[in-house]
Write a new protein. Sequence first.
Length: 475
Amino acid sequence: MADILQLQHFIDGRDFTAEAGEERILSNPADETPLWQMPLATTEIVATAVAAARKAGNAWAALAPVDRAAMLHRCASQIRSDAEEIARCITLENGKPIIESRVEATITADEIVAVAELATQLRTGKQASQARSLSFQHARPRGVVACIMPWNYPLLTVLSHVFAALAVGNTVVLKPSEKAPNSVLAPVRALSKILPAGVLNIVTGDGKAGKELVAHSDVDCVLFVGSQRTGQRVAEECARHLRPSIMELGGKDCFIVDALCDLDRVVPVALECAMRNAGQICTSSERFLVHRSLYQEFTGRLAKAATRLQIGPGFEEATQIGPLIDASQLTIVESQVADSARAGAQILTGGRREPRPGFFYPPTIVAEVPADCALWQEETFGPVAALRPFDDFDEAIAMANEGPYGLGAVLFTDSSRHAMQAMDQLDVGLLKINAAIGIATGSTWEPAKQSGFGYGNGRELLLSLMHQKSVLWQA
């Protein structure tokens, strides 16, 4: 136990050592060896963090947007300087290939710069008014924002939301995922020489700590990214307190391959959309709908391409598919694939966990998946592509819209009419047409159906993190 790093909360600009309490040991997903010991935040520790954020709030909100932006630019520069160290920490506790972790660190810095600049460009609106009066909107920070964030992009997703809140003058109490806390704890500790004490606080812990944070009477807004099930519980708690919240929840994204597509172009993109980060992305393509005229060739090509992907520990430079995050996630993936096979689906490649230490699961292609299988209906979050054919585009739209999720979708088509139809009829917040992973920096989108609510990026997110007042000023 002496060789295991002891993590600490980060409150009011310094490491915060809790009195003896419950802790959890986290393991390396690539070999299952212990990594570090994480304290589970108590009610008192959560209250201390919220109090620190509240205390720092007035001074932080009073800064001019350009002054806050200057600090955020310095934070971005610090992350770029520490990018290799940060990337190694991400790979160590999350398992993703080191090349992907390096990209995550770089994009995180870019996102911080983007929200810093957007925040300086927000303008209030003038309304119609009578003579000798002035009517306008006045926006103020909401106050203390609780951020409860996931493990799959433990730096990018976390800090893009945290810094959006900071950019418009809020202070933050962050609870990172209990599965990958140090990927953000270590970088934030380095940022303490830039940000004022209490502006950004971190408490570690499990769902109990998250519930304590959401329910705290001095929290003004909640930002949550995570599973649909946990998101529902967070939303219920927010409703009890009439507290505004923004939620990005689960997804079961479709990848539609229309007739006449060039498979030389489509197959590599499809493979990336399904397998990147071992399929552990909210907007991974998990359901593939392929026009029947291309179905057999597409499935064969995709299966062949999947077998060529290199599986291994993230620190091996050749690795393309790292481990899943933990044993419970591996069990979910194994169960969904096995259940689909029993229901008549055809496993073309993969389908069984790797016989080695760690939580490895091979790239898996499953054809003819019945529509009522969990593999088709529920979020998988693993390197698995489930395939079904369609005969006409109206059918494809209807099949894509089945189920409770509406996060994103990908469409490859040569038909501008079909592209326009997808824009109007697909119930999703993010649609990529003839494109792969990613959105333009600063753009915004809103999940549909049970994939969440509220804006997830861009100017609209910043405005959502501010309280809007309408002011009538009579001379």
